[in-house]
Ligand binder design. Structure first.
Ligand SMILES: C[S@@+](CC[C@H](N)C(=O)[O-])C[C@H]1O[C@@H](n2cnc3c(N)ncnc32)[C@H](O)[C@@H]1O
Length: 514
């Protein structure tokens, strides 16, 4: 039986996808509407800033779409997933946080593709980490559903495992599939890894052929089981060549617009030789395929458009210039003389310290939020350079976009999400309501955001933090050691709170979390 049609003959609802346990609660900056709008403009297309409809196809636990919906209360969000526990979680989170502009549908792409009218039309559709994990029947249905529900001019974000980067892990995934015949849980991954190690002890043939495999296997130790099983444990796991994806999209009226990863939007980051090779390719498919081979790409974050862009030049310039950016107070600047290093696909950009510092200073000088237009005036340099540098500052997280009309209920929603963490939810992000993106937040900061949001006065924070941790059966750790002595614990909790109040609370306020 060919790998590609396994899902056609698997009769249960999972269709070869590993849906035996829930996925992780991720938040992905590249899927956020404000990010997609910026990226679309880099590719010479304008999508709406407000009052849009947004579809998350395969929304998983729904954490990402609830964060996105919370930041755009006037817009409408729809999350689809066929795992009931994912939909139940998404609905519960939205309800508990008072995010009313998101609807969750428990549905299968194959069935929904036959009835797209029930979904309405969308300006944005996103599909993060789905299309190369499901079988070809499900994937074609997914693309058909997107093609039929996206508005003309709407954009589709599709991120997926691609070749040649994933060739390295194909033997490992094949062993997992064989091990899954005995036990389809995380145990299959451990067993496959042991088998690769045993092969390595007997001969270097495999590691010579796939030299990056050992490093990738070491990396598994740092990844959550919920992520790993839904990365690897599928009968239908199949990384794709970008040229094949471009063809499949064209069949449903979707045309490649460009990458959603900032460093991939600028060919300069390819280095002169690869840039020349890529840009001299006669057509788009070959250009993107050569780019992937030359950069050994393993993951793509692609943006497609239904139809083709035709925004007029002045309109595009004005939309770009009206966009606002702000400094991300959490990201320190590099030390004097050190470059602003941004990792791209096959190289690290060494952003000139003085140029990038001047740009950051210009943003600060313009106040809480700077429009790109005002920055261009202040900088008096080539527009293309400034746009590219701003994009790199965004990728390096030194700056973020700034929403024109942040949700006035933002801090209330953040505090409700933080309260879930105090109750044991394993979340790791909060929406930065002013910035239109999720930001990573540590456990202690989550609890403190929840306590501050509930109006707990500063002098009671330490006791309440200790109480919450005790209920969660968690201890405070200093240098990796649990602090157990009660007097020590009291002192350490007070230090952590002072650090939060003095060093981070104002950053959370700037970003619209508190
Ligand atoms: C790897 S997870 C990604 C989830 C989410 N986008 C994220 O990145 O957190 C893939 C998701 O696709 C869903 N899925 C797989 N096949 C599906 C189908 N035929 N119809 C609807 N959902 C499907 C799974 O339930 C799972 O939640």
């Amino acid at each position: 039986m060919s790998l590609h049609n396994r899902d056609e003959v698997i009769m249960d609802w999972m269709r070869g996808y590993y849906a035996h346990s829930g996925y992780s609660y991720g938040c992905y900056a590249a899927t956020m509407p404000a990010h997609l709008r910026w990226v679309a403009m880099l590719h010479k297309h304008i999508v709406p800033e407000r009052n849009f409809r947004y579809l998350d196809a395969g929304c998983g636990q729904g954490f990402n779409i609830v964060i996105a919906a919370a930041m755009h209360p006037e817009s409408e969000f729809v999350g689809i997933d066929y795992m009931p526990e994912h939909i139940a979680h998404g609905r519960r989170l939205a309800e508990r946080c008072g995010v009313e502009n998101v609807t969750f549908i428990e549905g299968d792409f194959i069935e929904l593709a036959e009835n797209p009218a029930t979904l309405g039309e969308f300006d944005f559709a996103v599909c993060h980490g789905i299309s190369t994990w499901i079988g070809s029947t499900s994937r074609h249905a997914l693309y058909r559903m997107i093609g039929r529900t996206l508005r003309p001019g709407g954009i589709f974000y599709n991120s997926y495992n691609c070749l040649p980067g994933w060739l390295t892990m194909m033997p490992f995934q094949h062993l997992i599939k064989l091990e899954m015949e005995k036990d389809n849980s995380i145990a299959a991954i451990h067993a496959a890894r042991r088998k690769i190690e045993q092969i390595g002890e007997a001969t270097t043939t495999l590691s010579d052929a796939f030299p990056q495999m050992a490093d990738r296997l070491k990396h598994l130790d740092k990844q959550e089981p919920a992520y790993l099983t839904q990365e690897y444990n599928h009968d239908t796991w199949q990384p794709a060549y970008v040229s094949d994806v471009i063809d499949e999209m064209a069949a449903v009226k979707l045309n490649y617009l460009g990458s959603a990863t900032m460093s991939d939007c600028f060919d300069n980051f390819l280095g002169p030789d690869v840039k020349e090779l890529v840009t001299q390719q006669p057509d788009l498919r070959m250009r993107e395929q050569v780019r992937d081979f030359a950069t050994r790409k393993n993951f793509r974050t692609d943006v497609y458009i239904k139809g083709r862009p035709h925004n007029w030049r002045v309109e595009l310039t004005e939309a770009l210039r009206a966009t606002m950016v702000m400094v991300n107070p959490f990201t320190p600047r590099p030390a004097a003389g050190q470059p602003f290093a941004v990792k791209g696909s096959n190289s690290t950009l060494q952003g000139d310290h003085d140029t990038y510092t001047r740009l950051l200073d210009a943003i600060v000088a313009l106040g809480e939020a700077a429009t790109v237009g005002a920055l261009l005036k202040a900088e008096a340099r080539g527009e293309a350079n400034v746009i590219e540098e701003l994009s790199m500052l965004m990728q390096g997280q030194w700056i973020t976009l700034r929403l024109a009309a942040p949700n006035p209920r933002g801090s209330e929603i953040c505090s409700a999400i933080a309260r879930e963490v105090s109750l044991g939810a394993p979340y790791r992000f909060l929406p930065a309501m002013n910035a239109g993106t999720g930001i990573p937040v540590g456990d202690i900061d989550f609890i403190l955001c929840s306590l501050l949001g509930a109006g707990i006065p500063d002098d009671q924070l330490a006791a309440r933090l200790r109480d919450t941790l005790a209920k969660l059966n968690r201890s405070l750790a200093r240098d990796g050691q649990a602090v157990t002595d009660p007097a020590e614990l009291e002192k350490f909790a007070a230090t952590l709170i002072a650090d939060f109040v003095n060093n981070r609370a104002s950053h959370f306020r700037t970003l619209g979390v508190l």
